[in-house]
Structures are given as structure tokens and as C-alpha cells.
Write a protein that binds this ligand. Structure first.
Ligand code: EPZ
Length: 418
């Protein structure tokens, strides 16, 4: 639990190396158990969600050590096949371990992953796909009981390009007899990073980044080293924060095309964006223009995770911006808190209409979820006075010391643990 004190008015200037990707490292940590092997992951972010995944691996019997941004996992001693409620509750995306445990042990029991602040977060697509590969799955007392007498490859057409379901199938299909073809697969860059790891582990996987992923066999290796990709949503967060505060910030070791929809929206709003093989820079100052209508969707559409962050940059822009949130049914909760800063936002169902205002003023606000919390920090940079943000731990789930990074760039952010 912490209170953030953000004093608005300072611009952001400087160069920052962006952390490794939360949404890439988590499925790769799950993948490290599909066969008994030693994995060394570098560029791993220091996040509470990563700590939760380490706890799950240790609970399953793996040896896990961490030294700064390097995580070493030895999954050879793994004996467990269950993830208890207290660990699932820590991180609902632990459902990604289901396919990996089945691939390794052909039996798995996890506490049913509940919803979260963003919505119900069903896992029906995961379960339907695993059943197609031969898993028998029953649910009783809030627990999912899964077993298989040998997974068989098959054709899986996802009704929606779910990131987690695509990843779960990729992991379980490594242990399946015969080829598995996933159509309407998620195309996010994190899926490509997972494929890169699986290929190093000895799996024959191809097509990640397209709508058709093929998994056709597995000759397990004993040792794998992998560098986790950079976090594209943290990169988008720092760009949007600079758009809010003004300034000139360069992000190192990021891949511009991974968040092109965000940078092109910022450019259209009047920010100057420079892209190179080394990274991305942004220069922003003065009032921005409102963005064109933003509609979130599966990659390569505008990422839902960046929606709150670009909204923060629109609060003082000249004109009206319309956001449509097509991924999660409850992802505008941050708008209520932004109104406390003086924003003019109307939310009607999955549409939020932002009319730019002259000024924002400090207020007491509460982080509603991971990206909503980061968006409130960004908005507070553009507010007059000192904003108090109460965070019950959301921001640390996905951001490695965001306060320290913003202060290095010239912000005045104080974290009061309570
Ligand atoms: C991943 O969640 C990310 N999390 C999310 O990031 C991200 O917002 C999301 O993908 C979309 O890009 C991780 O990678 C750990 P989905 P995931 O399955 O896999 C529906 C963050 O801020 N759906 O693509 O859970 C679901 O309800 C987090 O870092 C079903 O209906 O996302 C949602 O509406 C937040 N049935 C949509 O699909 C299912 O079985 C997208 O879900 C699965 C999903």
C-alpha cells in the first residue's frame, strides 16, 4: 500500500532504458516447466506479478533464483501439479500455467481464476482449446481439475484472438502427439517472444505474430538462455507521460513498431516523434490537439493497455477525443478519478468522450487498476499542485519503480509507504 505524491508542472527530459516485458516474461516462466530443464532469463522486470510467478514455480517444486534482472529456473525437480487459491489470487493470469503443467505432468489442478477490476475475464476459450487437444477438464468447488491420457495435436480456431488462450495452447501443444494449428491466434509481440523461447527449448513452432500458429513436435533441450523483450506498454506509458508533462524524452532499447498505434496518435496530437533502430524519442510542449477517435482491439490495433495512458494525454488537449474500449467491459474506471482532477469525461458503455480542459488541479485520487493507476500519475504531472494518489499495489504489478524513473526525468514524485 502506498501513497504517491505527485507535484505537477515539471517537464520530463532525459534518456531512459525501458524494463523487460511483464506480458512476455510471465508466459515464458510458465513455459520453463513443460520439460525438466534449466532456464536463464535476462532483462526480467522487478514486479510483484513476476514475484507471484516465482512463488508458483517454487510451489510446483522448481528451484528459482533471482539476481537483479536475471532469473534462473531449474524445473527438473518439479513434482507439483496444483496452483492453490492463495497463489492464483495473487495473479489471475496464472491460468497460463495450466497448459504448461498439463504438458509436463498430464494432470493439473488450479483454483478457478476469478475476474479482476477490468471485467469477468472468462477462460472458456482456454478450456475449449485444451479439451480439443484431449484434456478432460471438470470444475468443482471453484477448482479446475484437468487431466489427459496423452494430448493429441489438432486444429483450434479461437473465437476471439485471446492472448492467454493462444499462449496456453502453444505450451500444451508442445507435449501433444502430432501437429497443432491455431487459427485466429493472437498476434501480440509477446507471442513472438514466447515462440522464440520455445524454439530454443527444442519445440517446432512457427507463425507467431500472424493469425496462424503451428506447433509440430518437441525435442527438449536441457539448458536455455533467453533475453526477454522490452515492455511496449511501459514505453507507451513514458511517452504519454511526456505528452502530459511536456519535455524531451528518449527511450532506449525499444522496438518502435511494437507501439506504432500509440506513437502515431501522439504525433497526430502534435508531439514530435523520432524513431530509430536504437529506440524512440518524443518532444512535446504547449497544448496538444485532441486525438482522432481511438478504438482498442487485438494487436496490431490500438492496445487496450495503453488506452488509459493516451486518455491522460488527451485531458488538456484542444478539442474532443472519443475512445471506444472493445476488449474489456470495465476499463474506464480511471475516468471517474480523472474527473476529480478536473477532466471533462463522459462515459457511455464502452465509449468515453474527453473534452479538453484548460487546466487540471491537484486532487486526492485512487488507482483503480494497473494501467489506470499509471494514467493517473501521468495526468497528475499535468495538474497544478500536489496530487495524492492512493495505490493498493496496482502500479507495482507492472511498473518497475515508475516513481524513480519519473524523478530521474525531472518529475517530483514522492512515494509514502503506509
Ligand atoms: C493479456 O491478458 C494481457 N495480460 C493483458 O494485459 C492485456 O490487456 C490482454 O492480454 C489484451 O491484450 C498478460 O499478458 C499477462 P485476452 P489476457 O485473453 O490474456 C476475453 C496488463 O495491463 N476472453 O486476450 O487475459 C476477455 O474477457 C494486462 O498488463 C474470453 O472471453 O487477455 C477479454 O475481453 C491487463 N474468454 C478479451 O478476451 C477467454 O477464454 C481479451 O482477453 C479468454 C479471454
Amino acid at each position: 500500500m502506498s501513497n504517491w505524491r505527485i507535484t505537477g508542472g515539471n517537464s520530463l527530459n532525459g534518456e531512459i532504458r525501458v524494463q523487460g516485458s511483464k506480458n512476455a516474461v510471465l508466459p515464458i516462466m510458465a513455459a520453463s516447466i513443460i520439460t525438466g530443464c534449466e532456464t536463464e532469463l535476462i532483462n526480467c522486470p522487478m514486479l510483484s506479478d513476476v514475484e507471484a510467478a516465482i512463488e508458483i514455480l517454487r510451489h510446483l517444486g522448481c528451484i528459482v533464483d533471482r539476481d537483479a534482472d536475471t532469473i534462473y529456473i531449474d524445473s527438473r525437480p518439479m513434482t507439483g501439479t496444483d496452483i492453490p487459491h492463495y497463489l492464483m489470487r495473487e495473479m489471475r493470469s496464472s491460468v497460463i500455467f495450466l497448459g504448461a503443467i498439463l504438458a509436463r505432468a498430464h494432470s493439473a489442478q488450479i483454483s478457478y481464476p476469478g475476474g479482476c477490476e477490468l471485467g469477468a475475464r472468462p477462460v472458456d476459450l482456454h478450456l475449449e482449446a485444451l479439451r480439443t487437444l484431449g484434456a478432460q477438464i471438470t470444475e468443482q468447488g471453484g477448482e479446475l481439475f484437468c487431466r489427459d491420457s496423452g494430448l493429441r495435436g489438432g486444429r483450434i480456431n479461437l473465437a476471439f484472438p485471446s492472448v492467454g488462450a493462444t499462449e496456453n495452447v502453444m505450451l500444451s501443444a508442445c507435449a501433444a502427439e502430432g501437429e497443432t494449428v491455431i487459427t485466429n491466434a493472437a498476434r501480440e509481440p509477446e507471442i513472438i517472444d514466447l515462440q522464440d523461447y520455445l524454439i530454443k527449448l527444442g519445440a517446432r513452432v512457427s507463425g507467431a505474430g500472424t493469425s496462424t500458429v503451428v506447433i509440430g513436435g518437441f525435442e527438449p533441450r536441457k539448458r536455455v538462455g533467453h533475453r526477454v523483450m522490452t515492455d511496449r506498454i511501459v514505453a507507451a506509458t513514458l511517452l504519454c507521460s511526456t505528452a502530459c508533462a511536456g519535455g524531451n524524452v528518449s527511450l532506449k532499447s525499444v522496438t518502435p513498431e511494437h507501439f506504432e498505434t500509440v506513437t502515431s496518435a501522439l504525433e497526430q496530437m502534435g508531439c514530435e516523434i523520432t524513431r530509430s533502430s536504437m529506440g524512440v524519442s518524443i518532444r512535446a510542449g504547449g497544448a496538444l490537439r485532441a486525438a482522432r477517435p481511438i478504438s482498442t482491439g487485438p494487436y496490431p490495433a490500438f492496445p487496450t493497455d495503453a488506452q488509459p495512458l493516451l486518455m491522460a494525454a488527451c485531458l488538456k488537449a484542444v478539442g474532443t477525443t472519443v475512445f471506444t474500449e472493445n476488449i474489456f467491459e470495465n476499463r474506464f474506471r480511471h475516468a471517474i478519478e480523472m474527473r476529480r482532477l478536473g477532466a471533462d469525461i463522459d462515459v457511455v458503455g464502452r465509449v468515453a468522450i474527453i473534452k479538453g480542459v484548460e487546466r487540471l488541479s491537484a486532487a486526492r485520487v485512487t488507482a483503480t487498476d494497473l494501467r489506470g493507476g499509471a494514467a493517473l500519475v501521468a495526468a497528475a504531472l499535468a495538474a497544478e499542485g500536489r496530487t495524492e494518489l492512493f495505490d493498493s499495489g496496482h502500479i507495482n504489478r507492472g511498473y518497475e519503480r515508475l516513481d524513480r524513473i519519473l524523478n530521474e526525468l525531472g518529475a517530483e514524485v514522492e512515494l509514502i509507504e503506509n
